[in-house]
Write a protein that binds this ligand. Structure first.
Ligand code: PHE
Length: 491
């Protein structure tokens, strides 16, 4: 349940529908499922397998595969940690929306007023700077950030038992809200036009390398694989828990949620398109624009009056919060487990330390240039960093550790699973996924070298993108070489 909570996050609501829409609509399901079957699920099986085989966090599991591989585990969890610094900012904005929509339920006024959702979001996120200066400080976002980290802390500070209880709320609640929003969306005028946009296949997209890259990227991000989270979570499962079954369950629950989110979002956009007499293609359909501008604009046109509208807005942002919070704490949990394994320090103290650091680092994004900086970090750590970590994990397990250890891991996984993994799994890990990832990486790098980054200035990209990406790598080696409580031997 906690792994499902980690997987199902903001990515399912704003990332998946937008990505599908921009990459061939209904045709996107083909690369998406190929990526899911050849990369997402096989790697998830590896992560669950490592966690339950070695009973520990990512660095511990990798160091048991070979002392010199420990850095890969640190790298995975640190990339995640840096991503949590900005992931929590999106949750900080959501708190504000929740708060003002809750007020609106009583007053009958929507916080953004009529036709001003875009402007309102600019104020909430304080989009002012161009990324080259601080351009002011967003005090309101700081309050939301504090609330976010407090909830993250309270959820994980008392250990996995509390996590188990929290996810009993944070997993079903957003699902219920999403079903309600989808039903509301589907019964609006224009819903079918929206769905046609979402689902009509554009087969030509399948010939485009970017579509495939987007599918693999989405699968990794969405399943939370490659961040060492699932290794830590699997280490908490009772001995002998079924690895393969759990991987399929987590993956399909996650993808089902994404698919349903597409219905909620696109039916509503269809309604908005009809109401504004605007083609859906011209609405903001990706990234933050979708959740924070288009959706609120649609809500303000919903039938039923101000009180009902505020209530629906409230439901939507509570959904975002509950979706995101268990994803955010899963990252912190992965790092905390890693530090606890290595240094033996008290878990509560580690957690509080990480949450304070997370809050302080998040302040960087609470400035007028925050959104530009957030975008830069997102590009380098999520788009590239995560894909690279996944590639290294594949190469390590598929090739570097050698056939004997690979076989040992496979036997171990099969020993605890009802469905066995065999040749398909092996081929996916050894050949298909590395090949696709290397090729994706190659096309991205050649593209950047040839065209640079349109619309981005160099300063934020270097300071908030390249530097943190290098920093996590250096830190991984530093942490590996620090002395731990029990220096494990290689085998
Ligand atoms: N899977 C989450 C989402 O879809 C993102 C995430 C990845 C969160 C990894 C935590 C760790 O939003």
């Amino acid at each position: 349940m906690a792994a499902v909570g980690s997987a199902i996050g903001l990515g399912n609501v704003w990332r998946f529908p937008g990505t599908a829409f921009n990459n061939g609509g209904g045709a996107f399901f083909i690369p998406y499922f190929v990526a899911l079957l050849t990369a997402g699920i096989p790697l998830m099986i590896v992560e669950y397998g490592l966690g339950s085989r070695f009973q520990g966090s990512a660095p511990k599991a990798y160091s048991k595969l070979g002392k010199k591989f420990e850095w890969i585990g640190w790298w995975a969890v640190l990339v995640g940690l840096f991503i949590s610094f900005y992931y929590c900012i999106i949750l900080a904005w959501s708190w504000e929306y929740v708060y003002y929509c809750a007020k609106g339920i009583f007053t009958g006024e929507l916080p953004w007023g009529r036709g001003e959702a875009g402007q309102y979001f600019k104020e909430i996120a304080m989009i002012e700077g161009d990324g080259t200066s601080f351009a002011g400080f967003n005090g309101k976002a700081v309050a939301g950030l504090l609330a976010t980290w407090l909830v993250v802390y309270l959820s994980i500070a008392k250990g996995v038992l509390r996590v188990g209880k929290i996810v009993m709320i944070t997993v079903p609640l957003p699902l219920i809200l999403l079903v309600m929003l989808a039903l509301r969306g589907l019964t609006l005028d224009g819903a079918m036009d929206g769905l046609a946009y979402y689902l009509t296949p554009d087969w030509s997209a399948l010939g485009d390398a970017n579509t495939w890259a987007a599918a693999y990227g989405q699968v990794f991000f969405s399943l939370s694989v490659g961040w060492g989270i699932l290794i830590a979570y699997a280490s908490y499962m009772p001995k002998g828990s079924d690895v393969v079954n759990n991987s399929y369950l987590t993956s399909f629950a996650n993808c089902g949620f994404s698919f349903l989110a597409g219905f909620a979002v696109f039916s509503t956009l269809g309604y908005l398109g009809v109401g504004l007499n605007t083609p859906i293609a011209d609405l903001q359909t990706s990234s933050f624009g979708l959740a924070f501008t288009s959706y609120p604009t649609a809500v303000e046109n919903f039938p039923g009056g101000g009180h009902v509208q505020a209530f629906i807005g409230f439901g939507f942002f509570v959904m975002l919060l509950t979706l995101g919070v268990d994803s955010a704490f899963s990252i912190v949990e992965a790092v905390a487990t890693a530090m606890h394994d290595k240094f033996g320090a008290d878990r509560g103290k580690i957690t509080i330390g990480l949450c304070v650091v997370g809050f302080l680092m998040g302040l960087i994004y609470c400035t007028g240039s925050g959104l530009v900086w957030l975008d830069s970090t997102d590009k380098f750590l999520t788009d590239y960093g995560l894909t690279l970590v996944a590639l290294v994990q594949c190469l390590l397990v598929g090739w570097i550790i050698g056939d004997k250890k690979f076989k040992d891991l496979q036997d171990n996984i099969n020993g605890r699973s009802e469905f066995k993994v065999g040749r398909f799994w092996m081929i996916s890990l050894k050949f298909v996924t590395p090949a696709v990832l290397i090729w994706t990486f190659y096309s991205v790098v050649t593209d950047i070298l040839a065209n640079g980054y349109e619309g981005y200035s160099k300063f934020p990209l270097i300071v908030f993108g390249v530097l943190p990406a290098l920093l996590v790598l250096v830190l991984s080696f530093v942490l590996m070489n620090m002395k731990g409580v029990d220096d494990v031997d290689a085998d």
